[in-house]
Design a protein around this ligand. Structure first.
Ligand SMILES: [Zn+2]
Length: 402
């Protein structure tokens, strides 16, 4: 009889869960108290796929999804910037209009998800919102835009997106656009930094109170932005080039310049940005990432991609970085500048995954590693959310909004 009762008490597990990270009591306490914010979550890519509900727990092993509200709660992830992401397409008037339409559909989807789950989550546009939602035990859903393509050639779109809750724009994605040069366009630089229109975009973002995100942009775009901006800027998901020499990462000089400007670099957990993979490994990953981002994948396609990912991971096992490798990037920024200019933007659902941290339920592993390295609760609070919330406040202040 007793055994029967015990069975009833065990909650029915419909999903296999990733193992919770091993954490000391001290790390657990610090993690629970800190406002934890991640500045780059690609979960809207999944949300736009039919049948995906962000309020329902998913199984990483089954579908490689890394973010949903139940797993955010389990992992102690208080808030994330959901990315309105569009890969760069043509720059014609029609294509720009189409990009705007698609971006607005993603905004709608995020708003709907928050509205449908008032007990679990709330839309956040300010640091006050984030701290209030944390107190209420709800997830803070911030909105960022990855790639300024949907701005088109019309500055008025910035106000439109701001009013929908947008608080940062990553000026470009992997290709140059009408705003600026990207760090990874195979055709090389087009403007040697910001375009004339891009300068107007940065000024208007400053005026409205939208954070300028320099992840993905070329080095010269970065320096152009720094010269022009009236407010601190962010790198929502970038790592350190000194530790992993790829153009997507920031050089030491860029990191120091960003810090002098009051900004913050949020460390990216995409394996190829944490630890440089061998060339054949990188080629396979690139091809796979492009396929994963497609929106019309059938279940069979998804399974094939999961198998492909597993096979790649197995083949290049020694290339795969760990949580320790990712925290090395955090520590590198601290040594270069101070603990005030670094944060976390893991790029989950966009390829962010290291050994020991595969979905959002496992983020305690970062706190554990920081505690092990001797960082104080105060330092860890800054890294996890304090710094990015300070920058958001500064950007709003510079715009005269608060
Ligand atoms: Zn990105």
């Amino acid at each position: 009889m007793k055994r029967f009762l015990l069975l009833l008490l065990v909650p029915a597990l419909t999903h296999a869960q990733l193992a919770p990270p091993v954490m000391s009591d001290k790390a657990k306490k610090i993690h629970a108290a800190a406002l934890t914010i991640d500045t780059h979550a690609d979960v809207p890519i999944n949300m736009m796929k039919p049948g995906f509900d962000v309020a329902v727990e998913h199984d990483f092993e089954k579908d490689r999804s890394q973010i949903d509200f139940p797993r955010m709660i389990r992992g102690g992830m208080d808030g994330m910037f959901f990315a309105v992401y569009l890969g760069q397409g043509k720059r014609t008037e029609e294509a720009n209009a189409e990009a705007k339409k698609k971006a607005l559909a993603i905004f709608d989807k995020i708003h709907e998800a928050v509205k449908a789950n008032p007990q679990t989550a709330g839309l956040a546009t300010t640091s006050k919102d984030a701290y209030r939602l944390q107190k209420e035990g709800k997830r803070a859903v911030f909105i960022g835009m990855e790639n300024g393509w949907p701005v088109g050639k019309d500055l008025a779109n910035l106000k439109l997106y701001y009013d929908l809750g947008l608080r940062y724009i990553t000026l470009s994605h992997s290709l140059n656009n009408d705003i600026c040069d990207s760090s990874t366009d195979g055709d090389g630089p087009e403007f040697n930094g910001l375009s004339a229109f891009g300068e107007q975009v940065v000024k208007e973002m400053n005026r409205l109170g939208i954070m300028v995100d320099i992840s993905h942009v070329s080095d010269s775009t970065f320096y152009d932005v720094i010269k022009l901006t009236k407010a601190p800027v962010i790198a929502s998901h970038s790592s350190c080039r000194a530790l992993c020499d790829v153009p997507r990462n920031m050089t030491d000089d860029m990191i120091k310049t960003l810090a002098q400007n009051g900004g913050v670099i949020q460390i990216n957990f995409v394996p190829g940005f944490v630890k440089k993979p061998s060339e054949p490994h990188e080629m396979s990953l690139k091809a796979l990432r492009l396929k994963i981002r497609q929106t019309d994948l059938s279940d069979a396609d998804k399974k094939a991609l999961r198998d492909e990912m597993k096979a790649i991971n197995e083949k290049y096992k020694s290339d795969m970085p760990t949580v320790q490798d990712a925290v090395n990037h955090i520590e590198h920024v601290i040594k270069l500048t101070s603990v005030d200019h670094v944060g976390i933007g893991m790029d989950m659902d966009g390829g962010g995954e290291v050994i020991g941290l595969q979905d959002v339920s496992q983020i305690g592993a970062i706190t554990e590693e920081l505690v092990k390295r001797g960082y104080s609760a105060k330092d860890i609070e800054k890294i996890w959310g304090g710094n990015i919330m300070r920058v958001l406040d500064q950007v709003e202040k510079a715009a005269g909004n608060i």
